[in-house]
Design a protein. Structure first.
Length: 147
């Protein structure tokens, strides 16, 4: 599902913003796969990371947590959703790996992302996004019934 937005986020419900962010996550995952097929491994891991980032922010906005600071997004998601057992504990390692590989690919001179590393990041992003999407669909239903 695709949503079109204009204006400030504060004018939208948390469900609307969450839906928009998970749409962005799915879009970034598709772009990551495209870059991979074109041989652009650094760009692929960059988009894989941002796919995860947008998916995690889609969850957090439903708790009125809204920040663009990557370290805060990751730590809050780990604390509230992974450590609580709501999501698989392996997701924490996958998210940290995506963050680290993306940082190296973008900021370290001469860092080479192998096709294997890029494929691993795509697979991890896909697993996380699929699980988060399933969670969000349930959560959106709950929230719209309440509201």
């Amino acid at each position: 599902m695709t949503h079109s937005f204009s204006g400030r986020s504060s004018e939208r419900s948390s469900v609307d913003i969450s839906q928009h962010r998970i749409d962005r996550a799915h879009d970034d995952l598709e772009v990551s796969k495209y870059f991979f097929t074109q041989g652009h491994m650094s760009a692929s891991v960059d988009r894989s990371y941002f796919a995860i980032f947008h998916a995690v922010r889609a969850v957090l906005i439903l708790d009125d947590v809204d920040t663009t600071r990557h370290s805060l997004v990751i730590s809050r998601f780990n604390r509230d959703y992974i450590e609580s057992g709501m999501f698989n504990a392996n997701f924490s390692d996958m998210i940290r790996s995506a963050f680290r590989v993306r940082e190296y690919a973008v900021y370290k001179d001469y860092y080479v992302v192998t096709p294997e590393a890029a494929q691993e990041q795509i697979n991890n992003a896909e697993a996380i996004i699929n699980m988060i999407t399933h969670y969000l669909e349930s959560r959106w239903t709950e929230l719209t019934k309440e509201g």
